[in-house]
Design a protein around this ligand. Structure first.
Ligand code: ATR
Length: 281
């Protein structure tokens, strides 16, 4: 594709930004669909966030993804916020709609779609989420929207676990409790076990957030990590023949949801997945 005076600019802002796969995904999608657009990464420090967002308006940048540490602090600079983004208090996608900046959260919708695609039924299920950060919040919101019966939030810092479970109970009609890692031993059975911590992510691949005897109690296991494709945590699930999925589908679905918000069309998820699998990320 030639870059010319009509080329649309999209991008991602965060700090640091070096390891994001979003430029690869979106540029590949633009190319496949023959769209005259490019997607670049912008390393934006906290103190420059306001200027960066004003720059989006001034330069007519068409859309942005937002990542750590700006997902929450960006909200005050936007003109409209979607329901999901309001619910979790975080934005990962901005659309420049003729000068009005709209904030969305496709981490939540991308997570929900990944479960639907794998025919995982959440209705009435008990879930345990490991972690209580931004990713865990998106996961908890997605599970609650899909009708989970109860959610245990297990985190190293119990204060953060309690904070997230209170947020869930306040926004949905379901039970939620913050628990410590030691408390996991007391649970007999876990319908859904989801790792939303960064433990096991490349390059520290020889660690799991929990021991294999706890994983063995689960009926379904999900790791939102996609690099490596099979974490040590997921290898425990495999050992006990428990159904599991990794974070690649959530990544591709959240990217596709952002793409649809910006362009009005879906990209071909299979092509993007195959493209990513061939890359050494
Ligand atoms: P993200 O946006 O990816 O969720 P985050 O908000 O920084 O990032 O959250 C990281 C999560 O991984 C937190 O739940 C964190 O636990 P703490 O709140 O106790 O810090 C969890 N985490 C990171 N490293 C961990 C480790 N070595 N052991 C257990 N939990 C860890």
């Amino acid at each position: 594709m030639d870059i010319n005076s009509k080329t649309g600019i999209f991008g991602i802002i965060g700090h640091p930004i070096g390891h994001s796969l979003s430029p690869l995904i979106h540029n590949n999608a633009f190319e496949n669909l023959d769209f005259n657009s490019v997607y670049v990464s912008f390393d934006v420090k906290q103190e420059d966030l306001k200027d960066a967002i004003m720059g989006v308006k001034a330069l007519g940048i068409k859309g942005l993804n937002v990542t750590v540490p700006h997902k929450e602090s960006v909200i005050k600079y936007l003109d409209r916020i979607s329901d999901e983004a309001k619910l979790i208090g975080a934005v990962n996608t901005i659309r420049n709609n003729a000068g009005l900046l709209e904030g969305y959260n496709t981490d939540v919708t991308g997570f929900m779609e990944s479960l639907k695609e794998h025919n995982v039924d959440v209705e009435g299920k008990n879930a345990v989420i490991l972690g209580a950060g931004g990713a865990a919040k998106a996961v908890a919101t997605g599970l609650a929207l899909l009708g989970a019966k109860s959610i245990y939030v297990c985190n190293r810092s119990i204060d953060k676990a309690n904070e997230l479970s209170i947020h869930i109970e306040n926004n949905f009609n379901i039970k939620s409790r913050g628990i410590a890692y030691n408390d996991l031993n007391m649970l007999d059975e876990i319908d859904m076990l989801i790792n939303a911590t960064s433990v096991g992510m490349h390059p520290n691949v020889d660690v799991s957030p929990i021991e294999e005897d706890v994983v063995a109690k689960a009926k379904f296991v999900y790791d939102i990590i996609y690099n490596p494709e099979k974490t040590l945590f997921l290898s425990y699930a495999e050992k006990y023949q428990i159904r599991y999925i990794n974070g690649l589908d959530m990544l591709v679905n959240q990217a596709n949801d952002s793409f649809k918000i910006w362009t009005g069309v879906n990209f071909d998820k299979k092509i993007i997945l195959n493209f990513l699998k061939k890359k050494d990320f």
